[in-house]
Design a protein around this ligand. Structure first.
Ligand code: HEM
Length: 122
């Protein structure tokens, strides 16, 4: 069975980019222990798009679904959930950028790995 790639496409306003990256740098790190998890990368847009890509690769669709319904997913999104609970933009009197969701939109893309290659060994 080919591996499955799940990419969460995040629309992030310019002024929230630093905050999003900070939240990911403080991420729970629980996805690494999920069954069937293969790889994670946060991709910052440089050219051709202004959207961040949260790239994950899984042994199967089922493994991804089990993680998405798991406690680890909830715990892995604690900050995002807390920020979403604080509503948009102006946080607790801290002015711009600290409170509220960092992303204003998200979309989930799914791919199957058809071909792949890594660096030649030895
Ligand atoms: C409304 C949708 C979503 C938003 C706004 C969002 C946002 C975030 C944010 C801000 C973090 C950083 C940690 C935190 O804030 O707690 C995070 C963690 C993460 N997100 Fe999402 N996310 C969403 C859905 C998804 C989906 C569908 C995927 C699957 C591709 C995904 C994959 C990840 C991964 C792998 C982590 C790291 C978790 C860990 O360290 O255990 N997210 N997300």
């Amino acid at each position: 069975m080919p591996s499955v790639v799940k990419i969460n496409v995040l629309t992030v306003p310019e002024e929230m980019r630093r905050e999003l990256e900070k939240r990911f740098s403080n991420r729970a790190g629980m996805v690494e222990s999920a069954d069937g998890f293969e790889w994670f990368e946060l991709l910052r847009p440089v050219e051709g798009s202004d959207r961040y890509l949260v790239y994950t690769r899984w042994r199967s669709e089922e493994d991804f679904r089990r993680w998405q319904e798991s406690q680890a997913f909830q715990a892995g999104h604690a900050q995002a959930a807390a920020a979403a609970g604080q509503g948009h933009g102006h946080g607790q009197g801290h002015g711009h950028g600290h409170g509220g969701p960092a992303a204003t939109g998200s979309e989930l893309w799914t791919f199957e790995v058809v071909e792949s290659a890594g660096p030649k060994q030895g």
